[in-house]
Write a protein that binds this ligand. Sequence first.
Ligand code: LAN
Length: 746
Amino acid sequence: MGYDIDKQAYNTEVSYFFIQVETMEPSRFRPDWSKTVPELDKRLWRLNIGPDGGESWEFLTSEEEAKSRPLSFAEKYFLGLDLEDAPNVQPAKTPLESAVHGYEFFRRLQLNDGHWASPYEGPMFLLPGIVFSFYITQTAFPRGWPEEITQYLVNHTNDDGGWGIHTEGASTVFGTSLNYAVLRILGMKKDHPIAVRARACLHRLGGAIANPHWGKLWLATLNCYDWNGMNPIPPELWLLPDWVPVHPGRWWCHARQVYLPMGYLYGEQLSCPINAFIRELREELYVDDYDSIDFSKHRNTVYETDLCHPHTTVLNSLNWLMDKYFTFVRPQWIRKLGTKKAYQLIQLENENTDYACLGPVNAALNTLCVYYQEGPSSKAFQKIIRRLHEFMWVQPEGMLMRGTNGLQVWEASFTLNALVDSGLCESKMYQKDMIRALEFLDRQQIRNEYAGKGYRHNSKGAWPFSNITQGYTVSDTTSEALRAVLKVQSLPEFGKPVSLSRLREAVDVLLLMQNKDFGFASYEPARASEWLEQLNPAEVFGKIMVEYSYPECTTSVVLALRAFTLYDESYRREEIEKTIRNALSFVIKSQRPDGSWYGSWAICFTYAAMFATDSLATVGRCYENCDVQRKACEFLLSKQRPDGGWSESYMACLTENYTETESSLVTQTSWALLALMHAKYPHRKPIEKGIQFIMKTQASNGSWKQNSIEGIFNKSVAIAYPNYKFYFSIHALGLFARQYGNYISE
Ligand code: LAN
């Protein structure tokens, strides 16, 4: 084999130390299979926090080292180890007491630099990127990775032996073929029962030939798929003048940053050298003999469960045209020019983000491009490989690759907002935590301007979702962070580390982000029309080509701008008022006839309702005086379950219809309650019932469990936000106590 796995990883004593089943959240793992592969001693893992809030796990070399670095409460919690120093409290008697119990637990998870870390799991198509990149570039896997990644995949095998696009999804060719290759690269033998089952499942689904576009590309980089079997990703697109409506610079930033390195790899047709292992893999991944397959006939062969977004006729015609162009016309010098331009932009992205990259997919792809272009001993390669560590997360059932390099700013902001709104900020002890979180936000505000650099939007004054190094402006993260800073800095007990001029810079960025329909999108205002979705080649994701307006993002902006006007009455006041007015009209317009809003970034209608009702509340609209709020309350109340809770499944996002899971869920219940409270629903009873549900489900250490995944993106991929159950519950409990009285009537 052409790669050299870190020897130490395999010299580590494998202790067969099994996870404590009770510490896990039930729907997210399948413990039976975990015993068929070795597990490392979790007590040797430590979480390192960089000066920029970057999070990376390290597997210590010895017990002695472990003794000299005792596990923190947060590390034990994340690793599923015994929490002997956890609080142990009697069930709360009042909502506020329950909020305090919840926060007493949650504050123990705060890291020294003031932020809260979080496993951000769900997507099952990320690990292949990092594992293939390490393999192809012949980079040694860090200690502990092969065992933990294997554990994770084994724990998340579906009953049929395969993997889906996310942890809760049915098996797909994308998930199964790529993760099968991961297990084999990491050393699993092909006759291991897990491998046998996975292969059988893959072959039942049609084999790797039925991969969607991204799966085909990853296998091509591994020399397990022929580049000829790919629909085109011409790097020449980057040579088009910027004004062309389909120019990739106008695409949603994730699409453009993923198709950029894909275009480079496709343009140069870069695959790793073939060796005995690759030959074996080729035979295992396909139903037919690899050498007998005519790949060029399979560009559009995609297994039905993978195919969430079939090609449009426009895309098919364009693919046909491009094929003809490639076969008969394409001058090689233009192709070369295309890959050259693509690499310049890749370099720009790497340098702008200090090699952290926008997200996990482009980070892994850029790693390959840097390797091919600059070589494994280049500084750039060393840096990008090092940064990949920050996407990885270790938890009881193994190691995963996260959807981002963390949620640092997002979570610190919501926690601060919850502490202020719940009134917990009055406690002196909690104020110390808040100062640390505020100072964290202070350090994370983006100070540089990236506008125009590699098609990036303005950034000076914005806050990113994860950390300042990644440094991408996000509309609602900027808003939630701004709101949190404003709220905390308005309280007499706190200083004002974020100066007025920096707060104004945040407002300046936001004011540049409103869409033509008056809503706000995620990272940038939309740069092209929805029509571009016709060219979406991904097959597995919907709505990835351009930016759209979302009621959630729009609300966050409204709330932040409103909070800013209370802090600084004069600055750009007229523009702010106009922006808010228009944004509210977008929120109102996007309400569905049944009173609900569709949520795009978490599951689903309860999430969007929490936001939309809050934006209307900023202008004094409530149940008593506003039809929109009344309909929203009625919708939510019609979904309340007999136990007082609410529950939503990710199927709601796919079907766009309210869909429940088996049991009520703490997070969705908090969202629904917050929505009812924002709308000032006048009857206490149903809200109290929901509050009781949250109180009853609180564990004796003050924490909660969420039995189903909370987040979503691109319509079809579920992603977990495990801290939502803390700060949204605390927020709901505290707000209830303040708004409706701190008592339970029964
Ligand atoms: C996220 C996570 C956060 C999310 C919110 C801030 C909640 C949202 O309101 C705006 C969009 C944003 C920033 C967002 C966009 C898409 C992300 C980055 C993710 C869902 C996390 C993972 C996902 C990313 C695209 C995953 C990689 C997959 C690809 C298809 C490229």
